[in-house]
Design a protein around this ligand. Structure first.
Ligand code: ADP
Length: 211
């Protein structure tokens, strides 16, 4: 019997998800899970290989196959998320199914995305049976600024490709527009990011309305 709530925080790389999720943890005393879990399981390790370019460039890999790796990682997390929810806890997921929609969808032509979204939803929520999110918060950040935020990390074929980040960002906004359970937090003010504290207040308030 599910009594808790599953809240997802989304946004392109460098949009501030980890920062905001950490602040949510302090404010709401909730459980946190971050995807992908690179070191936790074989799916995560293969995702790392993919992001490091070992399977080819972003245009060479099959989005459907890569989406299976991300789905496998989430499937392995199902028991722990379900346990927290059954205990009535607030669970914050740093990225979830929608991240695969945005990032894998960005590698598909626009006309083929809806079929992919439908296929992925069926795979993850029906076949794999992972919990559905109650709310998704999208951190909207200019991709150029977001990319600067993540500079200095290891190789990552998503992060280093501005066109990819722009396209993923557009898909996120499209998903938000078509789903009443999504909230968009505009993290930009003019061409800079708003302060971490200001964004956090908005994110916490959105969560408080749900719980
Ligand atoms: P993500 O998890 O979305 O990749 P992070 O939370 O790791 O993003 O943030 C990436 C970098 O940007 C970090 O160095 C973080 O301190 C910084 N950052 C996050 N939010 C802001 C903000 N509002 N203003 C300035 N820097 C920020």
């Amino acid at each position: 019997m599910r009594q808790g709530k599953l809240i997802v925080v989304e946004g392109i790389d460098g949009s501030g998800k980890s920062t905001q999720v950490e602040l949510l943890k302090q404010a709401l005393n909730c459980e946190i899970i971050s995807f992908p879990r690179y070191e936790d399981n074989e799916y995560g390790r293969l995702i790392k290989n993919y992001l490091e370019g070992e399977f080819g460039s972003i245009n060479e890999v099959d989005p459907y196959k890569i989406a299976c790796l991300f789905a496998g990682d989430r499937l392995l997390a199902k028991p722990i998320i379900e346990k927290w929810l059954s205990e009535g806890k607030i669970v914050i997921a740093n990225r979830y199914v929608s991240a695969s929609k945005a990032h894998m969808g960005a590698n598909l032509p626009e006309g083929k995305r809806e079929d992919f979204f439908k296929w992925l939803g069926e795979l993850e929520y029906q076949t794999n049976g992972i919990p559905k999110e109650d709310l998704t918060i999208l951190l909207k950040v200019d991709p150029v600024v977001a990319q600067k935020n993540v500079k200095g990390g290891g190789p990552d074929i998503h992060e280093e490709n501005l066109r990819h980040l722009e396209e993923a960002g557009r898909i996120y906004l499209y998903l938000a527009k078509n789903n009443p359970k999504w909230y968009v937090v505009d993290c930009m003010q003019d061409s800079n990011m708003r302060s971490i504290e200001e964004i956090s207040k908005e994110v916490i308030n959105i969560c408080l309305k749900l719980i």
